[in-house]
Design a protein around this ligand. Structure first.
Ligand code: NDP
Length: 460
C-alpha cells in the first residue's frame, strides 16, 4: 500500500489528498467505524489510479463517492405473538446510481446500524461495477433479530417494514435482496406485501421463490461464486481445489453453498460456525452431512453445535472461530471483521495459501496486510462474493424479459462472470504496479467504471 503521508518540498510531512478525505469522512460520519474502515481501504488503494487520472480529483469524484445519494431511516412498529407492541428501526441506503438502479441486500440482525449499512452500500457500489452488469450500490435492513421469532412474527415485521420501504424502491429504482437474516422466507413476505401495496407483480426484489419470479442458482450463487473465484486464483499457480483442506466460517446461505461447491470440486471442508462457536469435523462435511446442516439451519433454525450430537467425531469449540484449524484454503462466510490479526497469523503459520471471502469485509485491515505480505492468494469480498449480486442481476434480466433460464445456463453465466471479475482484478493490479494484489485490482477496476459514468453524467 502507498504510504499514508507524503513529504512536501519544504520537508514538512503533509497529508496526501486521499488521507485528507479519509479524515474528512471520519469527521463527517462520527461513530461509524466500519464505514471509516471501508472508506480507508478503498481510497488508499485508489492512489495509483488517481495519480494517472487527475480529472477525478478535479471533478471531486471521491468526495461525491463517499457521500450516499440518499439515506432513508424509518420506524418499524409490529406486534409480537403475545400482543405486545415492538419497535425496530428500518434503513435503506441508496449509495450510488451512476451505473444502474440501486442494488444490494437487506440485513436483519441486532447489530445493524447506520455505519454498518453505509459500509456495505459503499462496498456494494464497487462490487456491482465489477460484475459487468448495470447495477448501482445500495443496502438496507433492520436491527430486528429473526432468531427465536415465529413465522407469524417475522411476517408481521416484514409487512410493516415493506409498508414504508415500498415508497422508495421499484424494479427500475432500487431492487433489494437478502443478506444476513434475510432468506427465502423473508423475501417472500416482503414481496407479498409490496405486491399488495402496489398492485404490481414486478422484479422489485431478488432471491424470490422459483415459481414466482426467482432465478435458478440464486441461493447457491454467493457460495459457488466464492469457490469459482478461489479456483481462478489457484489456477494462476497451476493448482486446483482437489484434496485441499478448507475451513469455512458461518453456517448460513453463503457457507452452505461454499461447502457444496468445494465438495463437488474434490476439496474437503472441515469447519462451520455461527455466533456461538465453530464445529470441526476432521473427516470432512460431505454431501450427507451438509444436507443435515441445511435442515438444521434453514428449517429447524437450530444452532451449529447440534452438529456434534449427530456426528460425534466432530468437536464444538464454544465462543471461538475456526482460523486456528490447519487448512490450505479459508472461506470466511459469516460477517465483518471475523478474521483478526492473530487469526491471519495462525492461518499463515498453519500453511493456508488462499483466502476467498464469501462475507463482506470479514478481514480486519492489519490481517489483510499479513495476507498480502505473505503472498497469500487473497480474494477480497467485493470481488470474491460478487456472484450473489451477479445472479440477482441475472434474475432482474429474466424478470424484465419474462423468461426463465435453465440451471446450467445461469451457472455457466455465473462461472463466466467470476472468471471475468478475477481476470479484470488481476490485470488491473498488474497494470497499476501491484501484481497479485486483488484488493488494489478490484477497487481500481470498480472505481474506474463508476467514476467514468459519474463524469459522463455531470454534476448530479
Ligand atoms: P445468513 O444469515 O444465511 O448466515 C449468516 C451466518 O453468519 C450465520 O451462521 C450467523 O450465525 C453468522 N453470523 C452472523 N453474524 C455474526 C456475528 N456477528 N458473529 C458471528 N457469526 C455471525 O447470511 P449469509 O450467509 O447470507 O451472509 C453471510 C455473509 O455473506 C455476510 O457478510 C453477508 O453480507 C455476505 N454476503 C451474502 C450474500 C448473499 O447472497 N446472501 C451476498 C454477498 C455477501 P448466527 O446464526 O449465530 O447469527
Amino acid at each position: 500500500m502507498p504510504p499514508k503521508r507524503e513529504v512536501t518540498v519544504e520537508g514538512e510531512p503533509r497529508m496526501s489528498y486521499v488521507h485528507e478525505l479519509i479524515e474528512l469522512a471520519k469527521r463527517h460520519n462520527p461513530g461509524e467505524p466500519e464505514f471509516h474502515q471501508a472508506v480507508d481501504e478503498v481510497l488508499t488503494s485508489l492512489e495509483p489510479a488517481l495519480a494517472r487520472h487527475p480529472e477525478y480529483q478535479e471533478n471531486r469524484i471521491l468526495e461525491r463517492l463517499i457521500e450516499p445519494e440518499r439515506v432513508i431511516l424509518f420506524r418499524v412498529p409490529w406486534m409480537d405473538d403475545q400482543g405486545r407492541i415492538q419497535i425496530n428501526r428500518g434503513y435503506r441506503i441508496e449509495f450510488n446510481s451512476a451505473i444502474g438502479p440501486y442494488k444490494g441486500g437487506l440485513r436483519f440482525h441486532p447489530t445493524v446500524n447506520l455505519g454498518i449499512l453505509k459500509f456495505l452500500a459503499f462496498e456494494q457500489t464497487f462490487k456491482n461495477a465489477l460484475t459487468t452488469l448495470p447495477m448501482g450500490g445500495g443496502k438496507g435492513g433492520s436491527d430486528f433479530d429473526p432468531k427465536g421469532k415465529s413465522d407469524n412474527e417475522v411476517m408481521r415485521f416484514c409487512q410493516s417494514l415493506m409498508t414504508e420501504l415500498a415508497r422508495h424502491i421499484g424494479p427500475d429504482t432500487d431492487v433489494p435482496a437478502g443478506d444476513i437474516g434475510v432468506g427465502g422466507r423473508e423475501i417472500g413476505y416482503l414481496f407479498g406485501q409490496y405486491k399488495r401495496l402496489r398492485n404490481e407483480f414486478t422484479g422489485v426484489l431478488t432471491g424470490k421463490g422459483l415459481n414466482w419470479g426467482g432465478s435458478l442458482i440464486r441461493p447457491e450463487a454467493t457460495g459457488y461464486g466464492a469457490v469459482y473465484f478461489a479456483q481462478n486464483m489457484l489456477a494462476t499457480r497451476n493448482e486446483t481445489l482437489e484434496d485441499k483442506i478448507c475451513t469455512v466460517s458461518g453456517s448460513g446461505n453463503v457457507a452452505q453453498y461454499t461447502v457444496e461447491k468445494v465438495n463437488q470440486l474434490g476439496g474437503k471442508c472441515v469447519t462451520l460456525s455461527d455466533s456461538s462457536g465453530f464445529i470441526h469435523d476432521p473427516d470432512g462435511i460431505d454431501a450427507q452431512k451438509l444436507a443435515y446442516v441445511m435442515k438444521l439451519k434453514n428449517v429447524k433454525r437450530g444452532r451449529i453445535k447440534e452438529y456434534v450430537d449427530q456426528y460425534p467425531r466432530a468437536t464444538f469449540h464454544e465462543g471461538a472461530r475456526p482460523w486456528g484449524v490447519p487448512c490450505n484454503c479459508a472461506f470466511p462466510s459469516a460477517t465483518q471483521n471475523e478474521v483478526e490479526l492473530r487469526d491471519a497469523e495462525a492461518l499463515v503459520k498453519n500453511g493456508c495459501t488462499l483466502v476467498s471471502e464469501g462475507a463482506n469485509m470479514p478481514t480486519a485491515p492489519d490481517a489483510v496486510d499479513v495476507f498480502i505480505a505473505n503472498k497469500i492468494l487473497y480474494g477480497p469480498g467485493k470481488a470474491a462474493n460478487a456472484g450473489g449480486v451477479a445472479v440477482s442481476g441475472l434474475e432482474m434480466a429474466q424478470n424484465s424479459q419474462h423468461v426463465t433460464w435453465l440451471r446450467d445456463e445461469v451457472d455457466k453465466r455465473l462461472n463466466d462472470i467470476m472468471r471475468t471479475i478475477h481476470d479484470t482484478a488481476f490485470a488491473i493490479a498488474k497494470e497499476y504496479g501491484h501484481a497479485g494484489n486483488y484488493v488494489v485490482g478490484a477497487n481500481i477496476a470498480g472505481f474506474l467504471k463508476v467514476a467514468d459514468a459519474m463524469l459522463d453524467q455531470g454534476l448530479v
